[in-house]
Design a protein around this ligand. Sequence first.
Ligand code: UFG
Length: 336
Amino acid sequence: MSKKILLTGGAGFIGSHTYVALKDAGYEPVILDNFSNARRDVTDRLEIITGAPVVCIEGDVLDGNLLDRIFSDHKIDAVIHFAALKAVGESVEQPFEYLNTNIAGLYSLLGAMRRANVFTLVFSSSATVYGQPDQLPVKETAPRSFNNPYGYSKLVCEQSLEQIAASDQRWAFGILRYFNPVGAHETGLIGEDPNDIPNNLVPYIAKVATGELSQLSVWGDDYDTPDGTGIRDYIHVVDLARGHVQSVDALLKSGEGHVVNLGTGTGYSVLEMVKAYEHAAGRQLPYRIAPRRAGDVACVYGDPRLADELLGFKAELGLDEMCASSWNWVSRRKNF
Ligand code: UFG
């Protein structure tokens, strides 16, 4: 019988792509989402992509009674915990909301898992736990730090999971440190869909390309990088989604936890991203050079080898596919 995986935040950007990847791999995903940053028609779109009904429960991870009901109704085998708040700037203004949703949300989930005797969890962490790394590409053993409440919440969650895993061998945690996820599913039916003006680079560029925003601000061209703009490790969301399947596979098979980077190992600058997107969209994209954004670091890219070693995971899709799939998604979405 296929294994059931609960996806908290499963209607969001990474969650929805992981839903598709899990179905493709023969799992039965169940979505829990409060739709605070996801559109309700995502489930219809997932049904079109997978050709099967979607099980989606609307609710919050902080609701322990709801979690208990889900575990007893659905006989869950493992959980992938995406549900969290993720905008760095907003976390500085609303630290309580971030700490409560991200940290208390994880504790609420772990409590319900323990009551239901489910001990396998994949956790969405972030390269934010590295701050500005001393050495590049950054390895999983690099020191961790934080610059804002969002980063703090991810660090506390990682450390909490480490302590819990050390205390009870039944727990198996896959901690996945995402670099910068971009792109969309090849059908153009699901993708990143920020509610407000995007904070992140590629969704912002995408809205410039569709004409919804007039120009991109490039936050600083005086960094110590070849063209002076910030460098990041962008990873296609479809690759990232597959990484979750491989993480769950490994946890269920071995019962051993892991902490891995999910990135490509290659960094691109802001201006390289603009150029690649121009190629995908077939038009020039207006931008201006603006002052540095507070809290930004010059350059971060990951060492992807441990994920390959432990999970057999390698990112396969390149920059052109990231930009083309994003453009396919945003240009079609406008016509829905
Ligand atoms: N940038 C611009 N203009 C914009 C938006 C971004 O020039 O309008 C630049 C940034 O200065 C940076 C690069 O584009 O150099 C990428 O910025 P993003 O906001 O897309 O991504 P970050 O690397 O800053 O942040 C992402 C996630 C965080 C996570 C962090 C650390 O959004 O959640 O990676 O890995 F914490």
